[in-house]
Design a protein around this ligand. Structure first.
Ligand code: NAP
Length: 288
């Protein structure tokens, strides 16, 4: 058996197409483009690259994009006051804070300052509460992307055993809640989980979001299961530098039923999804 490879790029293209046409309709109706602002604190090159990539993708779809760059030593108070200023700007529809933040920045306090109506990443207490309660609200992009990939593949989740490796606020926990809302029986594993392979081998759907290359081997996977690799880590240097996931693809693909590659699996869908959320927040605030 060899797994179906779940290519995220066609799905991302379909989402982008929908966003572009709705963004054009929004601009025609309101006289302005939906705007996303990324708050970038410090000069982490990966964060800078992510923000730039989002900006290019946004502009291509007819969304406006701005990057608010602050020095690493800005500190919590300055970042909070800049976010309050963005909250009060009627032309700003979506705000996201690039993580990780430098030392001295209180990430939860900063995220909690974002106006829930502009919370693209779904990380404010209001958005997270809505997720827990099953009420409408912005959801974090990566968990939504994973759900979209599963839906595109018509993976039956009701009654399925789903295991999520990772419990971050932006990926693992919200994804577990979305899977639960889809009636899966959900297990969350993390760095303190004993005998990870025993836990993951139970899963019909296994999602790894740990950021540990090679964490998921053939011994961790139930034959025929669906394996979604959220992890993205850079390994090697110079010409040898490459992006890898958590899953040992070569070892797992022959026994899984379906598997996402890295790169080209979850990440392109995540970017497209974040832009769709920005558009939806703009439409919602404008009453479109
Ligand atoms: P994070 O905040 O660092 O969380 C990582 C989680 O993995 C933690 O809950 C941690 O457990 C757990 N973990 C770490 N080592 C483990 C191990 N050996 N065994 C089991 N669990 C382990 O990271 P994140 O923001 O959730 O992101 C996770 C990964 O996804 C990263 O590689 C990130 O780059 C990637 N990512 C990809 C996309 C995409 O679109 N593809 C989007 C966002 C993030 P503890 O809680 O016990 O520490």
């Amino acid at each position: 058996m060899s797994a179906r490879v779940l290519d995220g790029r066609p799905l991302a293209a379909a989402i982008r197409e929908g966003v572009a046409s709705r963004a054009a309709a929004f601009a025609e109706r309101t006289g302005r483009r939906p705007q996303l602002v990324a708050v970038l604190v410090g000069d982490d090159p990966a964060n800078l690259a992510y923000a730039r990539a989002k900006g290019r993708a946004a502009e291509r779809l007819g969304l406006a994009f701005a990057c608010l760059a602050l020095p690493a030593e800005a500190g919590t108070d300055r970042v909070v006051s800049e976010i309050r200023r963005l909250n009060a700007d009627d032309a700003v529809d979506g705000i996201l804070v690039e993580l990780p933040l430098p030392p001295g920045c209180d990430a939860p306090a900063i995220q909690a300052t974002i106006d829930p109506a502009r919370d693209v990443d779904g990380v404010t207490p209001d958005s997270l509460g809505r997720l827990v309660a099953g009420r409408p609200g912005p959801r974090p992009a990566t968990p939504l992307a994973v759900m979209a990939l599963l839906e595109a593949e018509a993976v039956a989740l009701a009654g399925a055993r789903a295991t999520v490796v990772g419990r971050s606020t932006v990926v693992g926990k919200p994804l577990a809640l979305l899977l639960l809302a889809a009636h899966a029986t959900v297990t969350i594993a993390h760095s303190r989980t004993r005998d990870l392979a025993r836990v993951t081998r139970d899963a019909d759907v296994l999602v790894s979001a740990a950021g540990v290359p090679g964490l998921i081997t053939a011994a961790h996977v139930r034959p025929g299961s669906v394996v979604i690799d959220v992890g993205t880590s850079t390994v090697g240097s110079g010409d040898e530098e490459r992006l890898v996931g958590d899953v040992d693809f070569a070892a797992v693909a022959p026994l899984a039923g379906a598997i996402t590659p890295v790169p080209g699996g979850v990440a392109p869908v995540t970017t497209a999804t974040a832009l769709r959320t920005t558009l939806e927040l703009a439409e919602w605030r404008a009453g479109v």
